[in-house]
Design a protein around this ligand. Structure first.
Ligand code: GDP
Length: 326
């Protein structure tokens, strides 16, 4: 039995061990843990603390951990408290989290103003989404100023992370020739800031070209209401040499401030909350149908009919729902 009140109090007092324990609680699949986790999140809500949630994506090798280390240390030096959460839907397949290796961010992980949490090993993106959102809520309650939510560009994970972030940053490496090829249009559309990393040494001029290419490509996208003039933007940085990170941070703050002043910030968070609510209802209904002994058989029979081609997927779904939700 977890003492939820005491745990909530410790989190509000920024107790890191309590925070780590609470994240373990939200990651658990056990029913009693779920109930406690929900109670805990509700108990922390009235504190109303908010961090700047920054989603960060990029393919392996682009420099995410190097960036987070340098960027995170820059922020903690300014007196800000930084939490890093990793979302790695592939971690079950590889048998361990590739983002989980704390040694990747050695200095930051030892910084008392930073908190790094590797990805929970989960097979299902939906489960990862909920656990990550809850971990974000816990870090906010613990008083972190900035929360970096890191993901590798696997499947839908970028969209998912963007849907729980205030800003979404895409990290790219300089490339020659067909550089735009690798980035899907959908990712470009959710990016607020594209950072071309490794703009140092021999790669400097390639980085300048890549930045120009992406600046051009971003201009071709439809203007979004939540963007001030000049956004989304492509910049050059060197995570290794600590260059351009201050400018990137200034741009992030400028964008965040503008969105706050214009009401987009609150609207984005409200839309996201409703999105995740709908998601939870959907997942809950499906779980009810497939796990509840009373409805399991009806569901399984309908699925068999669909598989045999006896009914269309939509007709079968409608018949099932109207029978169950009467
Ligand atoms: P991740 O897989 O995206 O987390 O990438 P890492 O941060 O592990 O970096 C992959 C490789 O790129 C490492 O060898 C880094 O040293 C190197 N790297 C990262 N950032 C930079 C940079 O700004 N400049 C250069 N030249 N190399 C970098």
């Amino acid at each position: 039995m977890t003492d939820i009140k005491a745990l909530a109090q410790s989190i509000l007092q920024s107790d890191r061990r309590a925070l780590a324990r609470a994240i373990t609680l939200v990651e658990s699949g056990r029913d009693d843990h779920r109930a406690d986790a929900l109670k805990l999140i509700e108990a922390l809500k009235p504190a109303g603390r908010q961090a700047l949630r920054i989603g960060l994506s990029g393919t392996p090798g682009v420099g995410k951990s190097t960036f987070i280390e340098s960027f995170g240390l820059m922020l903690t030096k300014q007196g800000l408290r930084v939490a890093v959460l990793a979302v790695d839907p592939s971690s079950t397949r590889s048998g361990g989290s590739i983002l989980g290796d704390k040694t990747r961010m050695e200095l930051l992980s030892r910084d008392p103003n930073a908190f790094i949490r590797p990805s929970p090993s989960q097979s299902q993106l939906g489960g990862v989404a909920r656990r990550t959102r809850e971990a974000v809520a816990l870090c906010e309650a613990a008083g972190f100023d900035v929360i970096l939510i890191e993901t590798v560009g696997v499947g839908q994970s970028e969209t998912m992370v963007a849907e729980m972030s205030d800003l979404f940053v895409l990290l790219l490496a300089p490339a020659g020739g067909d550089e735009l090829q690798g980035v899907k249009r959908g990712i470009m559309e959710i990016a607020d800031l594209i950072l071309v990393n490794k703009a140092d040494g021999d790669l400097k001029s390639a980085a300048t070209r890549t930045q120009a290419d992406y600046t051009g490509a971003l201009r071709l996208l439809r203007k979004r209401a939540q963007d001030p003039e000049g956004f989304p933007k492509a910049l050059k940085v060197s995570a290794l040499e600590d260059e351009g990170l201050d400018i990137a941070w200034a741009e992030m703050q400028q964008l965040a401030d503008w969105r706050k002043a214009e009401g987009h910030w609150g609207k984005r968070r409200a839309d996201q909350a409703v999105h995740w609510f709908a998601h939870a209802v959907e997942a809950g209904l499906l779980a009810q149908l497939t796990e509840n002994p009373e409805t399991q058989d009806t569901y399984a029979k309908a699925a068999r009919d669909v598989a045999k081609g006896k009914r269309s997927p939509d007709a079968a779904a409608q018949a099932l729902l109207s029978k169950l939700l009467r």
